[in-house]
Design a protein around this ligand. Structure first.
Ligand code: GLC
Ligand code: CA
Length: 566
């Protein structure tokens, strides 16, 4: 038997991520809200998913859409009230759905009362909740910032003649985890939500929490590669273990870290069960595959290769083969839509590639995460005008580049593929105005293709829609533990057209064939050895043999097929 078989609900569950701002508006202000999520719970349940991860819904001035929290124990006014939240949670429980919330504790908002106190004077009790560098020590050593127009993570503040640290925007000061009081506040706050009955946390940029507070000059090896440095602070694992001991271990919950800067070699330091830290994390190798180096948001010049895609997934599968557990995802609120990025959203290939990618996520080992709209094949919006963008990341980089006199047309082209706003456009529910998302003016443009079949209502009534394929594929995974726990073996390693692998659990064996090609491709799988292959699902039914006994398989463009082998 395979080793990695300690069963649990979060290994067998399927996660559905909701960006609340964009899901469903109920009061016409153009912003999605908690009431909207409640309204759509039956739909979500009907997908067959088990766990909902909500992007931050806490009180926030929204400099970074809720990733800048000003009160960890309250709800963002635009989204509703604590009563709405409690109702959502109980309605989810009634339907057997689990709730995972976002935990954003590397930084708070500068409008959090802790920071307001902290910056007021050098000797106030909250001073040490954040990282301050007194100006009399000179300019602090360089630290990069993601969302700063000057990429400078130190911001000078006149009130106390000192700089504070912000790895993200100036409105997102980094909390000082080295202060035990800060850690206590955070653990108590986590406890508050667990007491309410939530089922877990997705932990925002969690590898960044520990810092060398002497702030030395960056070691040479990290010059221009600051992310791995930020992600390996001296006390990171000590804090994670403490958090586990103080809070996580007391509840039957799941945790998934956003593990930016973490390599396969470091993987088990986070999720080896014996270490008692986290359950899972999202690595960044796939997310950087089509990007230029340097951890930025520039697309790379050449096309990514399927062999690279396979290498990444195979390496990560191996990292968790005996210990730990993986997370499978192809997009989220920070990266463009999966069908536009890893598939092909042209009319000819949209259906097959969207369903092929769903098949991939649902046939790999590791917990699958789907991002709202992925079940109906939502695509990148590719906006032309800077006025239409809302994301601080695109807007700030635009500002920096215009100051430097850079070619903005090149940047705007890049953002059509790279901007986070591609993934944040409102959910496409039906063919009414604004896709049924709002009766008002949506906070971010709706993708016009809701009128061309990319919406829930139309796809519900079409037996052969992306949505209905998704539901069938979800059921297939749920009825076959092999697809959850089975060992993964890569086949046809060097093919740039076909991603093929088997999943094996005891005597049960499945063969997964996924085409990433725009033409029909035939492959020979003699290396697999089987008497009979029985088709379990295909996204292109007309072109698949139900029972096969020879090793030649032909796949239409972006075709996906899952066989059971005998
Ligand atoms: C994470 C979030 C992203 C946010 C950033 C700062 O990467 O996913 O949306 O902007 O952290 O909190
Ligand atoms: Ca609203």
């Amino acid at each position: 038997m395979e080793k990695n078989l300690a069963r649990s609900w979060w290994k067998e569950g399927i996660v559905y991520q909701i960006y609340p701002r964009s899901f469903q508006d109920t009061n016409g202000d153009g912003v999605g809200d908690i009431g909207g999520i409640i309204q759509r719970l039956d739909y979500i349940k009907s997908l067959g998913v088990d766990i909902i991860w909500l992007n931050p819904i806490y009180k926030s001035p929204n400099d970074d859409n809720g990733y800048d929290i000003s009160d960890y124990r309250n709800i963002m006014e635009e989204f509703g009230t604590m009563e709405d939240f409690d109702l959502l949670l109980s309605e989810m429980k009634n339907r057997g759905l689990k709730m995972v919330m976002d935990l954003v504790v590397n930084h708070s908002s500068d409008e959090h009362e802790w920071f307001e106190a902290s910056k007021a004077s050098r000797d106030n009790p909250y001073r040490d909740y954040y990282h301050w560098w007194p100006a009399e020590k000179g300019t602090p050593p360089k630290r990069w910032s993601f969302f700063d127009v000057e990429s400078n993570a130190w911001k000078y503040d006149e009130t106390t003649d000192a700089y504070y640290l912000h790895y993200f925007s100036v409105k997102q000061p980094d909390l000082k985890w080295e202060n035990p009081k800060v850690r206590r506040e955070i653990y108590d706050m986590m406890d508050y939500w667990f007491q309410k009955g939530i089922d877990g946390f997705r932990m925002d940029v969690i590898p960044f929490i520990s810092k060398d507070t002497t702030f030395p000059e960056l070691p040479e090896q990290y010059n221009g590669e600051f992310i791995p440095y930020y992600a390996s602070g001296p006390k990171l694992h000590e804090y994670l273990r403490e958090m586990n001991q103080e809070v996580l271990s007391k509840y039957d919950i799941m945790t998934v870290g956003e593990a930016i800067g973490v390599s396969t070699e470091q993987a088990l330091d986070f999720v080896d069960e014996e270490r008692k830290e986290l359950n899972m994390f999202f690595h960044f190798d796939l997310l950087s595959l089509d990007r230029a180096s340097g951890g930025g948001f520039w697309m790379r010049e050449d096309q990514w290769k399927l062999t690279e895609f396979k290498e990444i997934h195979s390496r990560w599968d191996a990292a968790f083969a005996e210990k730990g557990w993986g997370s499978m995802f192809l997009n989220n609120h920070d990266f463009p839509r999966s069908v536009s990025r890893w598939g092909n959203d042209s009319q000819a290939h949209w259906y097959n590639s969207a369903t092929m990618l769903q098949t991939f996520l649902l046939t790999m080992r590791g917990t699958p995460y789907f991002y709202y709209g992925e079940e109906i094949g939502m695509t990148n919006i590719r906006m032309d005008r800077i006025e239409d963008y809302r994301d601080i990341n695109t807007l700030n980089r635009y500002e920096t580049l215009s100051k430097n006199g850079a070619d903005l047309a090149v940047f705007m082209e890049n953002e059509k593929d790279a901007s986070r706003d591609n993934a944040r456009t409102p959910m496409q529910w039906d063919t009414t105005e604004n896709a049924g998302f709002t009766s008002g003016k949506p906070w971010l443009k709706v993708n016009e293709n809701y009128q061309e079949g990319i919406n829930v209502e139309v796809q519900l009534s079409d037996k052969t829609s992306v949505l209905n394929y998704f539901r069938s594929m979800v059921q297939l995974r749920k009825n076959k533990l092999t697809l959850v726990y089975g060992a993964y073996t890569l086949l046809l390693k060097d093919s740039e057209d076909i991603y093929a692998y088997t999943r094996t659990l005891g005597d049960d064996r499945c063969l997964v064939l996924l085409s990433f090609a725009t033409r029909t491709v035939s492959v020979n799988l003699e290396e697999v050895h089987f008497d009979k292959a029985k088709l379990l699902i295909s996204n292109d039914e007309d072109h698949a043999d139900r029972i096969k006994s020879d090793a030649h398989f032909t796949l239409k463009p972006y075709q996906a097929m899952v066989y059971e082998l005998f």
